[in-house]
Design a protein around this ligand. Structure first.
Ligand code: 13P
Length: 286
């Protein structure tokens, strides 16, 4: 059941668990995510990026996703969110396409520019009962950079700035930097937990961790205890997809029906999402 993302996150925050926000790339990944949500009775968020919209066609992927939610979710609360929207225009477009949440990522802009862009999106989105996630601090994509040379301070969220930012923008949730990074094993082994505690103390809205594909259960539990209500996952699902595909296919592959391959892919996605649901503590919270 398409459900307000604000409501999903607030319930998680109040209930002391987190929900997953899972990036999809096509029909089968969306179905796999939804199958996991239904089987474990877990609320969750499905996410679409600008690059997925470019790849699949914005209207096409939005309609497919909305239809899958309608057909499969029953009474399980599901949100549909734009992940890392960079402009007001893309946020507006997604709202028009029926997303009930948008992330506006102004984290690469100056504090003032990020604040102004986020406020503009919040004003537009709230008129339409759409939830807005903002980002302050930076969750980096470190690629091949030498991790010993990364100055993590440059990426961390400043707690006092976060307080001012949330107060001025009215954003519904905030993505923060506490040593997390996108991709696998490209981040600080130990997060800045004191910083998380300070941020939690200063702002009351749900906190989101991006780049959590590679977070082990112990770290997830610590973050949830520290007040994190949502974890974004992309890379881990991509890997589940590609590994399954590679295992089933080679140049002597005898499979003649692509549906057999995509069924295995869908099940691999479902399995991975179920693992995350258990780590986040969101099973049976629907
Ligand atoms: P990962 O690719 O590390 O899972 O990060 C996903 C993410 O944060 C999407 O916003």
């Amino acid at each position: 059941m398409l459900t307000s993302i604000k409501e999903i996150l607030t319930k998680a925050q109040e209930g002391g668990y987190a929900v997953g926000a899972f990036n999809l790339s096509n029909m089968e990944t969306a179905q796999g995510i939804l199958m996991a949500a239904v089987e474990r009775r877990s609320p969750l968020i499905v996410q679409i990026t600008e690059s997925t919209m470019k790849f699949a066609g914005a209207k096409e992927i939005a309609e497919i996703t909305r239809t899958i939610i309608k057909e499969r979710s029953g009474d399980i609360p599901i949100g549909i969110n734009l992940d890392h929207g960079k402009t007001f225009e893309v946020a507006m477009r997604c709202i028009d396409l029926g997303f009930n949440g948008v992330m506006i990522d102004g984290s690469r802009l100056s504090f003032e520019e990020n604040l102004n862009l986020t406020k503009r999106v919040v004003d537009y989105a709230h008129e339409k009962q759409v939830t807005v996630q903002a980002e302050l601090g930076v969750v980096p994509y470190l690629g091949e950079s030498d991790l010993s040379e990364v100055n993590w301070k440059d990426f961390m969220t400043d707690p006092e700035q976060a307080r001012q930012f949330v107060e001025a923008t009215g954003a519904d949730s905030l993505a923060i930097g506490i040593g997390n990074a996108h991709g696998f094993f490209r981040e600080l082994e130990n997060c800045d937990w004191d910083r998380l505690a300070e941020i939690r103390e200063k702002i009351k809205i749900p906190l989101v961790i991006h780049g959590s594909s590679d977070w082990l259960e112990e770290k997830i539990i610590k973050a949830v205890e520290g007040g994190v209500s949502c974890f974004n996952v992309d890379t881990d699902l991509r890997l589940a997809f590609v590994h399954t595909l590679c295992q089933l296919t080679d140049d002597k592959c005898a499979i003649t029906d692509p549906r057999n391959i995509m069924d295995a892919v869908r099940n691999a996605i479902k399995k991975k999402v179920i693992e995350k649901i258990h780590a986040y503590g969101s099973a049976n919270k629907a």
